[in-house]
Design a protein around this ligand. Structure first.
Ligand SMILES: NC(=O)c1ccc[n+]([C@@H]2O[C@H](COP(=O)([O-])OP(=O)(O)OC[C@H]3O[C@@H](n4cnc5c(N)ncnc54)[C@H](OP(=O)(O)O)[C@@H]3O)[C@@H](O)[C@H]2O)c1
Length: 329
């Protein structure tokens, strides 16, 4: 079968012929129709992949066969994959066997994948197969960050940093739909305008010298909830932007480790700083229900043919994308 393979550190993604998988007991075999990139794929390409592995955590397709113990009526169904594998019993944090689909095990940028049926959900009927492929990882992460960890309530002021990212845009939809007043930051004025068209109440460019003050003026104060996946030097300002008693949820380090923070501000303002990663099977199911109930559609930057996967991932070098980069298989 055709697949997009990561051969080793820094190597361009290659379209290769790989052995087709067989469904084991409890598995379904999916004929994948679309897959989508996450920052993780970009990180893996720049990291330590040792042996040729099929990239990709996000995918959607049609079940073409089932292994033992799986009801035959799964065959022919359009499905979406939960890439949060073995999260474990405790909803508080993932267990020791947790894995994200797509390296070390083969991922979704392929014509076929065999995966335990428990990670497969019927595709929401209102989504195209390409849209369905753009949902899983980013929206699951955003759902847990906003609701389970962040405790978002309708009417709260929420700040989402780096709105051009896949996870940030997913959260913009989830949070505005849940009745929050959402503000954003971005390195691009154009992306801020697009976010406003999608329901953001305002936004500022984090490249501006006075962005913190601008944001406070715009929002009429600080934020009850801030969700950040950039980390790095800008995180110190988020401590200032949170209101007393506010929550800051973080799940990424696009800009690196945190800078020196002012300890007193954190305890004096009684802030909660919360880490989060991916989500449980229950959160994935709840996220899909939320998507169906409100008939949401993910923001897609571009849909490319499988052969052009390397061009797609290069767009992430300078955060050119607005939303998800999808590959049609
Ligand atoms: N722990 C988890 O479970 C989990 C899950 C998903 C993602 N992540 C991590 O979360 C991060 C985002 O993932 P993604 O897939 O959404 O990435 P992405 O689509 O590649 O988006 C990255 C975004 O980072 C923003 N950014 C760059 N510099 C910034 C700065 N100085 N301040 C604020 N934002 C900045 C850019 O936003 P603009 O273009 O608007 O400037 C860019 O679009 C990555 O680090 C990823 O590894 C973690």
């Amino acid at each position: 079968m055709k697949a997009i393979v990561l051969e080793g550190e820094g190597k361009p993604l290659r379209l290769m012929d790989m052995p087709a998988p067989e469904p084991g007991p409890g598995d379904v075999l999916i004929q994948l129709k679309a897959a989508a990139f996450n920052r993780r794929d970009w990180g893996l390409q720049h990291g330590s992949a040792r042996q040729p592995t099929i990239l990709g955590s996000d995918g959607a397709g049609v079940v073409s066969a089932v292994g033992e113990e799986v009801p035959a009526n799964w065959v022919g169904r359009e499905v979406i994959i939960n890439p949060s594998l073995n999260f474990g019993e405790s909803g508080r944090a993932q267990g020791p066997d947790f894995q994200i689909l797509g390296i070390p095990r083969h991922g979704t940028f392929a014509e076929m994948i065999a995966i335990p049926q428990e990670y497969v959900h019927p595709k929401p009927a209102h989504l195209t197969i390409e849209e369905a492929a753009a949902v899983p990882l980013a929206t699951l992460t955003g759902y847990r960050a906003l609701f389970s960890r962040g405790g978002l309530q309708a009417g709260e002021r929420v700040l989402l940093t780096g709105i051009g990212g896949g996870a940030a845009l997913a959260m913009l939809q989830l949070a505005t739909t849940a009745g929050a007043e959402v503000y954003v930051t971005s390195g691009s004025d154009e992306k801020i305008e697009r976010a406003k068209q999608m329901g953001a109440s305002g936004g500022v460019n984090y490249r501006g010298a006075d962005w913190v003050h601008e944001l406070q003026t715009l929002a009429g104060g600080g934020f009850e909830l801030i969700v950040d996946s950039a980390g790095g030097p800008g995180f110190a300002q988020l401590i200032d932007l949170a209101i007393p008693g506010g929550r800051i949820v973080m799940f990424g380090a696009t800009r690196g480790n945190l800078p020196e923070l002012t300890t007193r501000t954190i305890y004096w303002k009684q802030l909660s700083i919360l880490g989060t990663t991916m989500g449980t099977a229950e959160e994935f199911a709840a996220m899909i229900r939320f998507y169906e109930q409100h008939r949401l559609h993910p923001t897609i930057d571009e849909i490319l043919p499988l052969e052009e996967a390397e061009r797609g991932i290069r767009k992430m070098d300078h955060s050119e994308q607005f939303g998800k980069i999808v590959v049609k298989i």
